[in-house]
Design a protein around this ligand. Sequence first.
Ligand code: AMP
Ligand code: MN
Length: 328
Amino acid sequence: MKNKNELIAEISGLVEKSNTILILGHVSPDGDCFGSMAALGMEFIRKGKTVRCAAGDGLTYKYEFIRDYIEILSAEELYDLYKDTDFDLVITVDTADKYRVGSLLEKVFDRQKCSVAIDHHITNPCFSNVNWIEDRSSASELVYEYLVETGADISVRTANVLFAGIMTDTGNFTYSNTTSKTFEIAAELVKYGAETSFLAEEIDRKRTLGATLLVAHAIDTMTLHHDNRIAVMSVSYDEIYGCGALPEDCENLINFARDIDSVEIAVLIREINPLRHKVSLRSKKYADVAKFAACFGGGGHKHAAGCTLDGTTVEIKKKILEEAEKLI
Ligand code: AMP
Ligand code: MN
């Protein structure tokens, strides 16, 4: 297996000889996904490369500030414009499996000859030509190391997006994936000018009325099982829009279940269509939800994982509860 320095050298060698670079992230992109994409994208543009970035439906409400830094297209926009384009290099970030880019971007990915994956999910099956997979708090940590090692210019904007990525994937430096290295990198990013209170305000302390009403609704759907050690919530599109919220507002809903003191496993079942649902899983102490999700074709980390299942909410809830109870 190659060591980190060899991987960074290999990736930067590929970047050097590429003129056109496509950077892709996962469906329902989060702060780490946007942060890693934007930081790499800005650096490659600075180096004179032609760069396109795409993930999900593009930038979401909390990450609007990134719009001033770099363009991040939706999967649909990218597909419409570039479905027949051969890029010199495609890089996926924060993307635990190829299909996680979504069906449209997967088609674009599949036609590219040279691919790199930079990811922090150890369940990643290494689907690219070069795979830098390391068990770290966030992909943004890896991108930071890549930029430092390759002598990149770390601007205030770069520091902001990477800090945002680390901050969101660590739950503001509180999850167990937060290491001393995470704090060291965060401190370096502050030295590079990361505007921490601006980021907290944008990402954590700002919520639409619709998103607020959705929190109330999701809590209302919550059921507790097994001495209140398992909590399950579910939301459908009708409910999301009925509250005046957007699908992206589901990002942190699961924490309202996870944070209940008695709960070890929290589950959020979210509609993709009436017969297909995304399941988010969180555990607190001992349950390994990455393994759990892997049994259902998904993946993630020990304490935060997910999968997508076919079936109605009721069917999926039954199936998930049966398995979750084995871990309790
Ligand atoms: P989420 O519940 O979407 O916040 O995801 C929790 C963690 O699990 C994140 O690190 C995701 O990248 C990962 N994850 C979610 N869904 C999947 C999936 N279908 N396959 C692999 N990893 C996933
Ligand atoms: Mn991540």
